[in-house]
Design a protein around this ligand. Structure first.
Ligand SMILES: NC(=O)c1ccc[n+]([C@@H]2O[C@H](COP(=O)([O-])OP(=O)(O)OC[C@H]3O[C@@H](n4cnc5c(N)ncnc54)[C@H](O)[C@@H]3O)[C@@H](O)[C@H]2O)c1
Length: 276
């Protein structure tokens, strides 16, 4: 299979690039010479990322799009394909966090998170892969899953379900796209210091006053940066890695699930300190 090793002039689109991992990865790809399409549901945030790239002498265009809205994603793809034949790199990154024990979750919350975290990834692939395949010059798809795709904590049934699904879809797509020379990678970051907790949909005890702040404080204290994740993503694309755990805890969960599944099962009932 072809590998995308050199990012010079590669047309690269990243969803959720207005913040966190998406923004850091957009900047890293731009520094490596890629031409960026910076997408976010918040246009101002996408514009800020594009401005940061342009200030460094890079090429970036900001686009507004809600990845949960299939028509909006198709319209965005049409706009991109008016200017270029196909993307070289597609990164489906937009996502939201969610927490709360199953009995406290609403069906509305399930639909909302699955529409963004899972269907957003599917919409992106559906809109951009046909042109990549038709062009016949390979490329790469990066789907942002999570360490929650290895171990599903009781506090995050919706999030874990969405990320297990992204992981499964990515594995299937990887085998499918191999024949077209298109690499496909799932990235499983770990606990990363971004805005994700602040914008998470929390229900039940986790939604109570003060709890979200404690989780945020824990993520800040852990302080694994989105820039570290971005560097791992570029490496994973160069090597066409299937599944890329990033932070030490992500690697720990990856191996624990494989080597000690009974221990993981036992620990499932233990509450994390910041959730008490
Ligand atoms: N931060 C972590 O610890 C962590 C860990 C594992 C996986 N992830 C995953 O990484 C990805 C990026 O998260 P982050 O941590 O950088 O969070 P973030 O909140 O900093 O960034 C997410 C971005 O996505 C955008 N977005 C949200 N909904 C959208 C939609 N419907 N359409 C388009 N854009 C939308 C937001 O406006 C925001 O700019 C997510 O898929 C998340 O699940 C994060």
């Amino acid at each position: 299979m072809d590998k995308v090793k050199d990012f010079k002039a590669r047309e690269t689109l990243i969803t959720g690039a207005g913040s966190g991992i998406g923004r850091a990865t957009a900047l890293a790809f731009a520094q490596a010479g890629a031409r960026l399409w910076v997408v976010d549901i918040r246009l101002e945030a996408a514009r800020d990322t594009a401005a940061l790239i342009q200030a460094q002498g890079g090429v970036a265009r900001a686009l507004q799009c809600d990845v949960a809205d299939v028509d909006a994603v198709q319209a965005m793809a049409a706009q991109v394909h008016d200017e270029i034949k196909a993307l070289d790199i597609l990164m489906n990154n937009a996502g939201i966090g969610s927490g709360g024990r199953f009995l406290d979750t609403t069906i509305e919350a399930w639909r909302k998170v699955m529409d963004i975290n899972l269907m957003g990834v599917v919409h992106g692939c559906h809109a951009f892969l046909p042109a990549m395949v038709a062009r016949g010059k390979g490329g790469h798809v990066i789907n942002i899953a999570s360490a929650a795709a290895f171990v599903a904590a009781p506090e995050m049934p919706i999030y874990a379900a969405s990320k297990f699904a992204v992981q499964g879809f990515t594995e299937s797509l990887r085998g499918d796209m191999a024949a077209h020379g298109i690499g496909v990678s799932a990235i499983c970051p770990g606990i990363i210091n971004t805005g994700i907790v602040a914008s998470s949909l929390m229900q039940g005890a986790l939604g109570e006053q003060g709890r979200q702040g404690r989780v945020e404080a824990f993520y800040k204290k852990r302080n694994y940066t989105p820039e570290q994740v971005a560097a791992a993503i570029l490496r994973a694309v160069r090597r066409n890695v299937a599944v890329q755990p990033v932070s030490p805890e992500a690697w720990g969960m990856y191996y624990a699930k494989r080597l000690a599944p009974r221990l993981v099962d036992k620990l499932a009932g233990v509450q994390l300190p910041f959730l008490k």
